[in-house]
Design a binder for this molecule. Structure first.
Ligand SMILES: Nc1ncnc2c1ncn2[C@@H]1O[C@H](COP(=O)(O)OP(=O)(O)O)[C@@H](O)[C@H]1O
Ligand SMILES: [Mg+2]
Length: 298
């Protein structure tokens, strides 16, 4: 809605996990490198965890782009609330297995044949499961068994489990001790720090056609980091609403008052009482307003 007003050619803060807007923070860079390395060196299990909105699905999208570019076959499950039957059906659908997809035995036999064939041609196959913290125990158990398939060159199926921190707790259960021991690589995503948050916002706005943006001041960028704890999804939501508010007020300068309104509308909770160590030069006015309870301010 506000794109033309600010001069954007695309929406800068879209919620979709679009690799075209990828901001290569060091942790995202490392996570993606780990995923690719894990697949290429046939490590078997790779686990990616992180809070909601930290970029896990975005990383998986980037990995899918890579797999497509290398013509590596993969199955990717995004709805992890599946029964065992549905799991095998989806797997065979994604890998285009020619068999009775409703028969687990047939799927397993056909899958084994495909993996062997691909492995002997020096190729690997990947299973990606997003939101893996939601997996039922029995499905997780089937996945563990699939991870056992190997030939002399290593695992034939590379399995990537991505999910919220509950996934780590799930894998702690005694039943999964074996699986846990076999996780070759682990990566974890956290919120951005203050500098990364500013660079992230600027990079998305530049990607959308506004390099060197001056709509959101450096102080306000710091404030956005403080209120979102650097979680990309929250940053996107806040910035989108902030730009919309500025547009509605017909100004190209977002203000702290607008940010207050947006965060209040979003019912965003942030640790206002947290000790805050501003850098030298941080404007007194912004500090006072941002860290004084709203009522006192009035
Ligand atoms: N490194 C990144 N570069 C660009 N956008 C990102 C990055 N990390 C997260 N995002 C954005 O943040 C939002 C949430 O990311 P997502 O991958 O869906 O998180 P998760 O799967 O961990 O909940 C998406 O809009 C996505 O585009
Ligand atoms: Mg996700």
């Amino acid at each position: 809605m506000y794109n033309a007003f600010f001069g954007f050619t695309a929406s800068p803060f879209n919620m979709s996990p679009d690799p075209a807007f990828l901001f290569r923070s060091s942790q995202h860079e490392e996570a993606l490198a780990n995923l690719i390395y894990g697949v290429q060196s046939r490590k078997g299990f790779i686990v990616l965890t992180g809070e909601v909105g930290t970029g896990k699905t975005t990383m998986l999208e980037c990995l899918r782009d890579f797999l497509n570019s290398q013509q590596i076959a993969f199955a990717s499950l995004f709805n992890s609330r599946l029964t065992v039957e549905q799991f095998f059906e989806m797997l065979s659908y994604d890998l285009d297995l020619r068999c009775n997809r409703l028969s687990k035995t047939e799927v397993l036999i056909t899958l084994n044949g495909l993996l062997l064939e691909r492995a002997s041609a020096g190729r690997t196959t990947v299973l990606i499961v997003d939101e893996a913290h939601n997996l039922e125990w029995d499905v997780l158990e089937e996945i563990r068994l699939l991870g056992n398939l190997e030939n002399r060159r290593g695992k034939m199926l590379q399995i990537i489990l991505a999910g919220q921190q509950e996934l780590d707790r799930k894998l702690e259960a005694p039943e999964f001790r074996q699986l846990k021991q076999r996780i070759a690589l682990r990566c974890m995503l956290r919120g951005f720090d203050r500098e990364e948050t500013a660079a992230y916002i600027n990079s998305r706005m530049a990607r959308a056609g506004l390099p060197g943006q001056s709509v959101i001041s450096p102080e306000l960028l710091g404030e956005i980091w403080f209120r979102t704890q650097g979680i990309p999804r929250l940053i996107n939501a806040i910035c989108d609403n902030l730009l919309l508010t500025a547009f509605a007020m017909e100004t190209r300068d977002a203000t702290l008052e607008m940010l207050d309104e947006v965060t209040a509308d979003m019912r965003l909770e942030y640790p206002a009482a947290r000790p805050f160590h501003p850098e030298p030069g941080y404007p007194e006015r912004v500090l006072r307003q941002a860290h004084t309870p709203r009522l006192e301010r009035a």
